[in-house]
Design a protein around this ligand. Structure first.
Ligand code: ZN
Length: 645
C-alpha cells in the first residue's frame, strides 16, 4: 500500500513575487492568447509557494548548509564552497554522495555546518535552462545575453504548470523579466476517435513507423495544415494521406511537369529573363498570386500563424496546378522556343522556385530536392542548400489586385458551372448554348472566353438579374399558418400549389406578403408563413454561392447534340489510338458500323474528325484493325482503327 504522510519541505515563497510574475507574463505573446490569459493567467492569480525540495538521492542537491546553532547558509559557487570548507576536494563532484561529505564552518558560531539532505524538484533544473546551459554567470556572459530572453519556445499544453511556469518563475526571481517573448502551446496528439493514445490500449502510433511509411515531410505537413497547433490532433493515416495528396503530390506533379518539358526542350532558365511586359495575362496572374503569397506567408509566419500559412501554400499550389498549368499546358507543347513558350517556362520556373523557398521551413526535404535539381544543377554559384537561401523578397510591381479579383471570379463561375453541368447530368464534352451569370463584377471578354472554353459553353452572358430563369414553389409553414388559419389550411395549400411561382416571388418581394381572399375571408401570408423552394425547371439549372449565380440553359438543339457526338467520337478514337499502341504521328484508317445516325454524323463532320484523329480515310458498315463497341450518349456503335499501311 502507498501511504502519504506529511514531511517538512523547503519552499520558494512565490506568493511574495505574485505581482511581478503576473506583470512579466503580460509581456509574453501567448499563442493562443486564451491560454496565457486563461489557464496560465488563472494559475498565476492563485499562485502558491513552490515546494521545491525532494527526499531523493538523484537530483541537483539543495545548496543549503545548516548549523546546530540554527544558522543556514546558501552556497552560490564552488569558489564560495571551497572558501568556507576545510574538507572540500579540489575536483569536487557536486552530486550526492560526494557533496554530502563537504562541511563548512558556521560564520556565526564557528561550528561545522552540514548540507540539508534534500535534492531539488527537477522543474527547478528545467526552469534554470536559459542560464544554466551556458554556465552563466560564471562564463559566457555575451552568449547568454544574446540569447536571453528567447524569441520563441514551444511545448505541449500540459506544460503550463511545468516548463512554461518554471522558466517564468525562476526568471522573475533572478532577473525580474519574462524569459521568452513568444510561446506556441501545442495540443496533444490523439487517435482517430479523439482518444488519448496509450500503449496499454494499443491505439498508440509509433512515430518511426509513421515516418517510415509517409516520410518526414508528409508527417510535418499534416501537423501544420490539419488544425491550429494548440488544438488536439486526431492522427490517422487517412488524414496524412489527404495532405500528401492535396499539397505534396500537387507540388511534385507540377514540378515533374516542368522537368518533363524542360528536359525535352533542354530549357536553361539562366539563359532567359522574365520579361513582364511580354507576359500573357495567365502569366501575370500567377506571378501576382505568387507575390501576394510571399507577402502573406511572411506576415503569417511573423505572427506565428502556422495553419494559415500551410493553407495559403496549399491553395496557391492548387491554383498553380489546376488552373495555370491546366490552362497553359499547350504552350509547353508548342514547337521551337518562341517568346510565348519562354514566358510560360520562366513563369512556372519562378513560381516553383519561389514556392519551394517559402515552403522549405515546413517541407524541408521535397523543397531541397526541387531546389537541387532546378537551381543548383544550372547554377553552381547558388547557395549549396535551399535552407541557406534568403526568404524571397516581394515584388510589389507584380501584384495586380484587379487581375486577381477577376480571375477569382472566373474560377468561382467555372466551379459553379461545373456543378450545374453535374446536376443536369451533362458531361463536359457536350457543348451547351448559353450560360447566364449574375455577379458583382461584369468580366471583360478576355475572361468570358476563358469561362466559355473551360465550361464548353457557346456564349456566357452577364445579367443584372437571373430571376427570370428561376421559379419557386410555395407551401404553408404549418407551425404559423395552422394556429392563424386552421380551418382554411386545405384551401391555402391548394391556392399555393396553383400559384405562378415566379410572379408570386415578385409579389412577396414588393409587398412582403401574399394575399388571398377565400369567399370574403382574407388571408395574408408573410415569409415566416411560407416554405419556399426553388422549383425544378426543365430548361435551366441554377447554381449559386454568396457572390455568384450561374444559370445554365440545358436545352440542346440538334446542332449542339451533333457537336457533342463529334467531340465524343474524337475522344473515343483518341483512346483507341492509344490502346492500339499507335504513335502520336501515325496516320490511320477509321472504320464504323452498326449505327446509321452515327454514320450520318461522321459523314457530315468528316473534315474535323479526320483532322483531329489523323485519319486519312473513313470506312463505313465494316470495322477493321483494332475494334471496339461504344455507347456514345446512348447510341451504340462499333469503331475500328488501323494504321495506314
Ligand atoms: Zn552556527
Amino acid at each position: 500500500p502507498l501511504i502519504y504522510y506529511a514531511r517538512e519541505s523547503w519552499y520558494i515563497k512565490m506568493t511574495a513575487v505574485k505581482e511581478d510574475i503576473i506583470r512579466n507574463n503580460n509581456t509574453i505573446n501567448w499563442i493562443p492568447e486564451s491560454i496565457g490569459k486563461g489557464r496560465f493567467g488563472d494559475w498565476l492569480e492563485n499562485i502558491q509557494d513552490w515546494a521545491v525540495s525532494r527526499n531523493r538521492y538523484w537530483g541537483t542537491p539543495l545548496n543549503v548548509w545548516i548549523c546546530e546553532c540554527g544558522h543556514m547558509h546558501s552556497i552560490g559557487s564552488i569558489e564560495e564552497l571551497k572558501s568556507m570548507s576545510k574538507n572540500c576536494p579540489e575536483d569536487i563532484e557536486l552530486h550526492r554522495p560526494y557533496i554530502d561529505a563537504v562541511t563548512i564552518t558556521c560564520p556565526e558560531c564557528g561550528k561545522e555546518m552540514r548540507r540539508t539532505p534534500e535534492v531539488l524538484d527537477a522543474w527547478f533544473d528545467s526552469g534554470s535552462m536559459p542560464f544554466a546551459q551556458h554556465h552563466y554567470p560564471f562564463e559566457n556572459q555575451e552568449k547568454f545575453e544574446a540569447q536571453y530572453p528567447a524569441d520563441f519556445i514551444s511545448e505541449a499544453v500540459d506544460q503550463t504548470r511545468g516548463w512554461f511556469y518554471s522558466l517564468l518563475a525562476i526568471s522573475t526571481l533572478i532577473f525580474n523579466r519574462a524569459p521568452y517573448k513568444n510561446v506556441i502551446v501545442m495540443g496533444h496528439v490523439q487517435d482517430e476517435d479523439g482518444q488519448k493514445m496509450s500503449k496499454s490500449k494499443g491505439n498508440a502510433v509509433d512515430p518511426m513507423d509513421a515516418l517510415n511509411k509517409f516520410g518526414a515531410d508528409a508527417i510535418r505537413w499534416y501537423f501544420y495544415v490539419n488544425s491550429a497547433p494548440w488544438l488536439p490532433n486526431r492522427f490517422h493515416d487517412k488524414a496524412v494521406e489527404e495532405g500528401q495528396r492535396k499539397f505534396l503530390g500537387t507540388l511534385w506533379n507540377t514540378y515533374a511537369f516542368y522537368v518533363l518539358y524542360a528536359d525535352i526542350d533542354n530549357f536553361d532558365p539562366t539563359k532567359y529573363t522574365l520579361d513582364y511586359e511580354k507576359l500573357s495575362v495567365m502569366d501575370k496572374w500567377l506571378l501576382s498570386k505568387l507575390n501576394t503569397l510571399v507577402k502573406t506567408v511572411d506576415e503569417y509566419l511573423n505572427n506565428y500563424k502556422i495553419t494559415e500559412t500551410a493553407r495559403a501554400l496549399q491553395s496557391f499550389t492548387d491554383d498553380m496546378s489546376n488552373w495555370y498549368v491546366r490552362r497553359c499546358r499547350e504552350r509547353f507543347w508548342a514547337k521551337g522556343m518562341e517568346q510565348d513558350k519562354i514566358n510560360a517556362y520562366m513563369t512556372l520556373y519562378t513560381a516553383l522556385i519561389t514556392l519551394s523557398k517559402i515552403s522549405a521551413p515546413m517541407i524541408p526535404f521535397m523543397t531541397e530536392e526541387i531546389y537541387q535539381n532546378l537551381v543548383r544543377s544550372v547554377d553552381k554559384s547558388a547557395p549549396e542548400s535551399i535552407h541557406l537561401t534568403d526568404f524571397p523578397k516581394v515584388n510589389e510591381e507584380f501584384i495586380d489586385k484587379d487581375l486577381e479579383v477577376s480571375m477569382d471570379e472566373v474560377l468561382d463561375i467555372v466551379v459553379l458551372g461545373r456543378a450545374a453541368r453535374n446536376s443536369a447530368n451533362i458531361k463536359n464534352r457536350q457543348p451547351i448554348g448559353n450560360m447566364y451569370v449574375k455577379a458583382e463584377n461584369v468580366l471583360s471578354p478576355f475572361y468570358v472566353e476563358i469561362i466559355e472554353d473551360e465550361l464548353n459553353v457557346k456564349a456566357v452572358e452577364f445579367k443584372d438579374d437571373v430571376e427570370e430563369f428561376v421559379s419557386y414553389s410555395f407551401k404553408p409553414q404549418l407551425k404559423t399558418v395552422g394556429p392563424k388559419y386552421g380551418k382554411l389550411l386545405g384551401k391555402i395549400k391548394e391556392a399555393l400549389s396553383n400559384l405562378d411561382g415566379h410572379k408570386a416571388m415578385q409579389e412577396l418581394n414588393t409587398d412582403g406578403a401574399l394575399n388571398f381572399d377565400f369567399d370574403g375571408e382574407k388571408v395574408v401570408l408573410g415569409r415566416e408563413d411560407l416554405l419556399i423552394e426553388t422549383a425544378k425547371n426543365d430548361n435551366f439549372v441554377t447554381e449559386a454561392d454568396n457572390k455568384v449565380t450561374v444559370v445554365l440553359d440545358i436545352r440542346l438543339d440538334d446542332a449542339l447534340l451533333e457537336e457533342g457526338f463529334v467531340r465524343e467520337l474524337i475522344s473515343k478514337i483518341q483512346t483507341m489510338r492509344k490502346e492500339a499502341g499507335f504513335e502520336v504521328v501515325d496516320h490511320i484508317v477509321l472504320s464504323q458500323s452498326g449505327n446509321d445516325r452515327i454514320a450520318e454524323i461522321i459523314k457530315k463532320n468528316e473534315a474535323v474528325i479526320k483532322n483531329d484523329t489523323l485519319a486519312d480515310e473513313i470506312v463505313y458498315n465494316n470495322v477493321e484493325g483494332y475494334t471496339k463497341d461504344w455507347n456514345l450518349n446512348g447510341e451504340h456503335t462499333s469503331l475500328g482503327v488501323s494504321k495506314k499501311g
